[in-house]
Design a protein around this ligand. Structure first.
Ligand code: URA
Length: 199
Protein backbone atom coordinates (compact mmCIF):
# COMPACT_ATOMS: atom_id res chain seq x y z
CA UNK A 1 0.00 0.00 0.00
CA UNK A 2 1.55 3.31 -1.04
CA UNK A 3 -0.84 5.68 0.77
CA UNK A 4 -1.44 5.82 4.49
CA UNK A 5 -3.08 8.27 6.85
CA UNK A 6 -3.06 8.38 10.62
CA UNK A 7 -5.78 10.83 11.63
CA UNK A 8 -5.01 13.99 9.67
CA UNK A 9 -1.40 12.97 9.02
CA UNK A 10 -0.35 11.45 5.73
CA UNK A 11 2.30 8.96 6.83
CA UNK A 12 3.09 7.49 3.40
CA UNK A 13 2.24 8.50 -0.16
CA UNK A 14 3.96 7.89 -3.49
CA UNK A 15 1.37 9.31 -5.88
CA UNK A 16 3.58 12.08 -7.32
CA UNK A 17 6.89 10.71 -8.63
CA UNK A 18 8.55 14.15 -9.02
CA UNK A 19 7.62 15.17 -5.48
CA UNK A 20 8.67 11.85 -4.00
CA UNK A 21 12.06 12.46 -5.63
CA UNK A 22 12.38 16.03 -4.34
CA UNK A 23 11.01 15.71 -0.80
CA UNK A 24 12.85 14.66 2.31
CA UNK A 25 9.60 14.12 4.17
CA UNK A 26 5.84 14.63 4.02
CA UNK A 27 4.85 17.96 5.61
CA UNK A 28 1.48 17.67 7.33
CA UNK A 29 -0.71 20.42 8.75
CA UNK A 30 -0.11 21.72 12.27
CA UNK A 31 -2.33 23.27 14.91
CA UNK A 32 -5.51 22.30 16.75
CA UNK A 33 -7.75 19.82 14.98
CA UNK A 34 -10.74 21.95 16.00
CA UNK A 35 -9.31 25.35 15.03
CA UNK A 36 -11.70 28.10 13.97
CA UNK A 37 -9.23 29.26 11.32
CA UNK A 38 -7.54 27.01 8.78
CA UNK A 39 -4.79 28.59 6.68
CA UNK A 40 -3.95 26.86 3.41
CA UNK A 41 -0.68 27.55 1.59
CA UNK A 42 0.68 26.18 -1.65
CA UNK A 43 3.25 23.59 -0.65
CA UNK A 44 6.37 23.16 1.45
CA UNK A 45 9.54 25.06 0.62
CA UNK A 46 13.09 24.14 1.61
CA UNK A 47 12.75 25.01 5.31
CA UNK A 48 9.41 23.29 5.63
CA UNK A 49 10.84 20.20 3.96
CA UNK A 50 13.77 20.26 6.41
CA UNK A 51 11.67 20.76 9.53
CA UNK A 52 8.50 18.90 8.58
CA UNK A 53 6.23 21.82 9.42
CA UNK A 54 4.34 24.29 7.17
CA UNK A 55 5.37 27.94 7.08
CA UNK A 56 8.56 27.87 9.14
CA UNK A 57 10.75 29.87 6.71
CA UNK A 58 10.61 33.60 5.94
CA UNK A 59 6.95 33.41 4.91
CA UNK A 60 6.26 31.69 8.21
CA UNK A 61 7.87 34.53 10.17
CA UNK A 62 5.65 37.03 8.35
CA UNK A 63 2.61 34.86 9.05
CA UNK A 64 3.49 34.50 12.76
CA UNK A 65 4.17 38.22 13.23
CA UNK A 66 1.00 39.27 11.46
CA UNK A 67 -1.10 36.75 13.37
CA UNK A 68 0.26 38.27 16.59
CA UNK A 69 -0.48 41.78 15.32
CA UNK A 70 -4.15 40.85 15.02
CA UNK A 71 -4.21 39.11 18.40
CA UNK A 72 -3.71 35.51 17.34
CA UNK A 73 -1.06 33.02 18.38
CA UNK A 74 0.13 30.60 15.73
CA UNK A 75 -0.71 27.77 18.12
CA UNK A 76 -4.40 28.79 18.01
CA UNK A 77 -4.82 28.26 14.26
CA UNK A 78 -4.36 25.33 11.91
CA UNK A 79 -1.92 25.68 9.03
CA UNK A 80 -1.62 23.33 6.07
CA UNK A 81 -0.79 23.24 2.35
CA UNK A 82 -2.41 22.15 -0.93
CA UNK A 83 0.41 19.66 -1.49
CA UNK A 84 2.40 18.06 1.32
CA UNK A 85 5.66 17.38 -0.48
CA UNK A 86 8.20 19.95 -1.66
CA UNK A 87 8.12 20.53 -5.43
CA UNK A 88 11.55 20.57 -7.10
CA UNK A 89 13.17 24.03 -7.28
CA UNK A 90 10.11 25.44 -5.54
CA UNK A 91 8.06 25.30 -8.73
CA UNK A 92 4.28 25.48 -8.44
CA UNK A 93 2.60 22.12 -7.96
CA UNK A 94 1.08 20.81 -11.19
CA UNK A 95 -2.67 20.29 -11.61
CA UNK A 96 -2.06 16.56 -11.33
CA UNK A 97 -0.12 16.94 -8.08
CA UNK A 98 -2.80 19.22 -6.65
CA UNK A 99 -5.39 16.62 -7.62
CA UNK A 100 -3.37 13.80 -6.06
CA UNK A 101 -3.22 15.66 -2.73
CA UNK A 102 -6.77 17.02 -2.82
CA UNK A 103 -8.33 14.19 -0.83
CA UNK A 104 -5.95 14.74 2.07
CA UNK A 105 -6.79 18.45 2.15
CA UNK A 106 -10.52 17.77 1.91
CA UNK A 107 -10.29 15.34 4.79
CA UNK A 108 -8.44 17.93 6.86
CA UNK A 109 -11.04 20.61 6.09
CA UNK A 110 -13.85 18.17 6.93
CA UNK A 111 -12.34 17.10 10.24
CA UNK A 112 -11.22 20.54 11.41
CA UNK A 113 -14.52 22.06 10.25
CA UNK A 114 -13.20 25.63 10.61
CA UNK A 115 -15.32 28.78 10.65
CA UNK A 116 -13.16 30.15 7.85
CA UNK A 117 -10.60 28.72 5.42
CA UNK A 118 -7.97 31.35 4.57
CA UNK A 119 -6.18 30.77 1.26
CA UNK A 120 -2.63 32.12 1.26
CA UNK A 121 -1.84 33.14 -2.32
CA UNK A 122 -2.91 32.30 -5.83
CA UNK A 123 -2.44 28.53 -5.92
CA UNK A 124 -4.62 27.67 -2.88
CA UNK A 125 -7.18 30.36 -3.79
CA UNK A 126 -7.64 28.97 -7.30
CA UNK A 127 -7.50 25.39 -6.09
CA UNK A 128 -10.31 25.82 -3.56
CA UNK A 129 -12.44 28.31 -5.47
CA UNK A 130 -11.94 26.31 -8.69
CA UNK A 131 -11.52 29.37 -10.90
CA UNK A 132 -8.82 31.87 -11.71
CA UNK A 133 -8.29 34.48 -9.00
CA UNK A 134 -6.43 37.82 -9.13
CA UNK A 135 -5.33 37.53 -5.53
CA UNK A 136 -4.14 41.09 -4.89
CA UNK A 137 -7.48 42.49 -6.06
CA UNK A 138 -9.53 39.79 -4.36
CA UNK A 139 -7.67 39.77 -1.01
CA UNK A 140 -10.16 40.10 1.83
CA UNK A 141 -13.06 38.76 -0.25
CA UNK A 142 -15.14 36.06 1.39
CA UNK A 143 -16.78 33.42 -0.77
CA UNK A 144 -18.91 30.46 0.00
CA UNK A 145 -17.93 27.36 -1.92
CA UNK A 146 -18.67 23.66 -1.64
CA UNK A 147 -15.63 21.63 -0.66
CA UNK A 148 -16.20 17.87 -0.63
CA UNK A 149 -19.93 18.58 -0.65
CA UNK A 150 -20.00 20.92 2.35
CA UNK A 151 -20.45 24.71 2.04
CA UNK A 152 -17.33 26.46 3.32
CA UNK A 153 -16.41 30.10 3.83
CA UNK A 154 -13.18 30.85 1.99
CA UNK A 155 -11.33 34.11 2.63
CA UNK A 156 -8.87 35.03 -0.14
CA UNK A 157 -5.51 36.33 1.13
CA UNK A 158 -2.20 37.30 -0.44
CA UNK A 159 0.74 34.97 0.20
CA UNK A 160 2.89 36.18 3.12
CA UNK A 161 5.95 36.11 0.83
CA UNK A 162 4.32 38.85 -1.28
CA UNK A 163 4.78 41.26 1.65
CA UNK A 164 8.55 40.77 1.50
CA UNK A 165 8.79 42.38 -1.93
CA UNK A 166 5.95 44.89 -1.76
CA UNK A 167 5.25 46.75 1.48
CA UNK A 168 1.74 47.71 0.40
CA UNK A 169 0.90 44.01 0.46
CA UNK A 170 1.79 43.94 4.16
CA UNK A 171 -1.21 46.17 4.90
CA UNK A 172 -3.45 44.02 2.74
CA UNK A 173 -2.16 40.92 4.51
CA UNK A 174 -2.78 42.34 7.98
CA UNK A 175 -6.24 43.67 7.10
CA UNK A 176 -7.21 40.27 5.71
CA UNK A 177 -6.01 38.46 8.84
CA UNK A 178 -7.93 40.97 10.94
CA UNK A 179 -11.04 40.10 8.96
CA UNK A 180 -10.32 36.39 9.40
CA UNK A 181 -10.12 36.83 13.18
CA UNK A 182 -13.36 38.81 13.23
CA UNK A 183 -15.18 36.27 11.05
CA UNK A 184 -14.01 33.46 13.32
CA UNK A 185 -15.38 35.37 16.31
CA UNK A 186 -12.00 36.13 17.83
CA UNK A 187 -12.15 39.30 19.90
CA UNK A 188 -9.00 41.43 20.13
CA UNK A 189 -10.55 44.02 22.43
CA UNK A 190 -8.54 42.64 25.37
CA UNK A 191 -5.41 44.08 23.81
CA UNK A 192 -4.13 41.20 21.79
CA UNK A 193 -5.22 38.45 24.16
CA UNK A 194 -5.92 35.26 22.29
CA UNK A 195 -8.82 32.90 22.58
CA UNK A 196 -9.69 29.99 20.38
CA UNK A 197 -13.39 30.63 20.21
CA UNK A 198 -16.10 32.53 21.96
CA UNK A 199 -17.14 29.84 24.44
N1 URA B 1 4.84 28.73 1.31
C1 URA B 1 3.75 27.92 1.29
O1 URA B 1 2.85 28.11 0.49
N2 URA B 1 3.69 26.96 2.20
C2 URA B 1 4.62 26.76 3.12
O2 URA B 1 4.48 25.85 3.93
C3 URA B 1 5.74 27.61 3.11
C4 URA B 1 5.83 28.58 2.19
Amino acid sequence: MDEQMDGLEVTACTRCPALVASRSRIVNGTGPEDADLLFVGEGPGAREDEQGEPFVGRSGSVLDETLLAVGLERSAVRITNCVRCRPPENRDPTAEELGNCRGYLEREIDRVDPEVVVTLGKVPSEHLLERSVAVTAAAGDLEEVRIAGTPRRVLVCVHPAATLYDRSQADTFETTLERAAALAGIDDSAGGQTRLDGF
